[in-house]
Design a protein around this ligand. Sequence first.
Ligand code: SF4
Length: 311
Amino acid sequence: MLTALRLECDTTPDLAATMKLQIPALAWYRTGVGEWQRTYHPNGRGVPVRVEADHGGLRFTFRTSAEEALLRDVLISTFRNGEQVGAMALAGHPALRTLRRHHQGMILLNGSPFETLVLAILAQGRPAEAVRKVFPRLAAACGGLTPQRLSALPLPRLAQLVRPLGEVKASRLHATAAILTRRGATAFDRLIAGSGALALNYLLSLPGVGTHTAALVVTIINNMPDMVPIDQHLMRVAYRLGLTDHDGGLTKPGSRRVAADLLAYGPDLARVHPLLQQVAYDTCTAATPDCRRCFLAESCRHAARTAGARV
Ligand code: SF4
């Protein structure tokens, strides 16, 4: 018997865009046209869940089980109760309004703390599709990812599971899981749910977690309104769009300046930063931005300047 759960949205959900980002999209994978799946492990038992867009909302289906209420809570939280980019406060700059309109049906998913940390480490420097393949096998081998279950996995078995992403990740994950296990079953969740600065420092103390990974994890989990993880791609797009006037290198003061400039447009900039990063990968490359293909061209400072220069 199957249970169906429906989540209402303001506009038709754009699942393809939703699943493209966020390490990527917390490891849901495509199973058919417009249909995605991942397995959750409430109480250690694997329950595959399917999701598809359905008449202005999302429709989840999964096997009916005793864990149904738990699963419903997880899904509603992961999909932020249906809140979409179209409802975000992104009106302070023409480029942000264009971004909001273009991605209005997208949902920026909310990750559980430990899973998000594991995914962030797995994804460092690795392609999204490879992460989507490794993550379900790893989660299934553990019966759901918790620090305790991951640290109990023998290191050679862990190395075998994550090998497509590089074996060095096995030792980092194992060491991180062991540290978190020693600190107590719920200590990580509690700490990470607290203040952004505390969570960031705690993450930075873990093996394999650098500044960017830590900030990324905190923004996905905590929805921190005052933190944007800056890298050279985000910096480049922000400058070209005219969201910042800093076009220097990726120094600490430079990163702080760009983050402050972005957050001056409002706290939702912290949440939508992956959309700007994606523009950097898709069209706004370092060498030659492909403005003719970019949906932001109508409101982009760089595109306007170069179009003027060509006339
Ligand atoms: S219009 Fe061109 S410069 Fe502006 S964000 Fe798009 S690709 Fe980059």
